[in-house]
Design a protein around this ligand. Structure first.
Ligand code: BJW
Ligand code: ZN
Length: 250
């Protein structure tokens, strides 16, 4: 893999960096992506499954779809890409992972400074009273579970189309982007807003923007450097380069 001299020099000194991730980083773990040839949205309609209207129309169907995805995610493991980002957190003093993924694989790989923009599939809450709901609380009938406190419908704690992103996570992510000297956009089609604006926010505040993806995206032309390939191969190589650059500068 060829890295620019600019990136190698930055690796030697960088103190603030952010990794912005999407479904592509988990693809090598076996979690399907949304768009592209094998993407979820090729077989399923997003407005039926990932929107409040869809949930209200058919809560049992939506719940079963999430239950299926929860099972996939429970069975997979973080891959070399997730582990490389967990290592970067120890090498760069201010390093955050901002993820659109709901699969919890960054934390499972050891990253601790993680902002989840689209929620987390391992959590649920009551639509009526907001009470968190753990699946171990047990459920009677199949289909959507009901809140033990108020009887309301339980939904996964994820962000559907037309819903606001969690405010604290969003604000912290914008701050991280604005403060970054180096910003990685990894495994995302950069098509879903407002998340997709973060690389541009970072770059307009002076960050060097590096994109990692096997395919070009709408972001590629703006990126300062495009590292074409799978995250599970590119990110461990970047950790090596970072290590070398820091060793050489001490
Ligand atoms: C690899 C790889 C490997 C493969 N290594 N890489 C028109 C213009 C602008 C905005 C809008 C608009 N119309 C509507 C909107 C708003 C809408 C939006 O952006 N829509 C666009 C699609 C047009 N956004 C919203 O609604 C958001 N909320 C909002 O705007 O609130 C304000 C508001 C309030 C009220 C009314 C209106 C607005 C909320 C968005 C929520 C998104 N939710 C989902 C589902 C989460 C739950 C679930 O999982 O079920 O989040 S959708 C889905 O897309 C998921 C993802 O996080 C998100 C992004 O996808 P991602 O991660 O980029 O995955 P892919 O599949 O697209 O790309 C994978 C990439 O990996 C590819 O590039 C591959 O090449 C690559 N890859 N293998 C590295 N090994
Ligand atoms: Zn309730």
């Amino acid at each position: 893999m060829t890295l620019s001299d600019r990136l190698r020099r930055l690796f030697a000194t960088v103190t603030h960096a952010t990794a912005f991730t999407g479904a592509g980083i988990s693809a090598e773990s076996g979690v399907p992506t949304f768009r592209g040839a094998d993407g979820i949205w090729n077989k399923m309609r997003p407005e039926e499954l990932a929107s409040m209207d869809g949930f209200l129309r058919n809560p049992d169907l939506v719940w079963e779809w999430y239950a299926h995805r929860k099972r996939i995610i429970a069975d997979v493991r973080p891959n070399a890409g997730h582990f490389a980002l967990a290592r970067m957190e120890h090498m760069i003093p201010h390093f955050a992972v901002v993820t659109q993924n709901i699969d919890n694989l960054h934390r499972r790989a050891g990253s601790t400074h993680v902002f989840e923009l689209h929620g987390n599939i391992e959590r649920n809450y009551c639509m009526q009273c907001g009470r968190p709901y753990a699946e171990e609380e047990g459920r009677g009938a199949p289909g959507v579970p009901r809140c033990p406190t108020c009887g309301g419908k339980i939904r996964p704690d994820v962000v559907w189309f037309g819903e606001m992103l969690p405010e604290e996570e969003w604000n912290a992510s914008v701050r991280a982007a604005e403060d970054s000297e180096l910003f990685f956009s990894i495994g995302t089609s950069a098509a879903v807003y407002p998340a997709a604006s973060l690389p541009v926010v970072a770059q307009s505040h002076g960050a060097y923007l590096v994109e990692i993806n096997p395919e070009p995206t709408p972001l590629t032309e703006r990126a300062d450097e495009f590292l074409q390939g799978p995250a599970g191969r590119i990110l461990p190589a970047l950790v090596e380069a970072l290590h070398e650059a820091r060793k050489a500068s001490t």
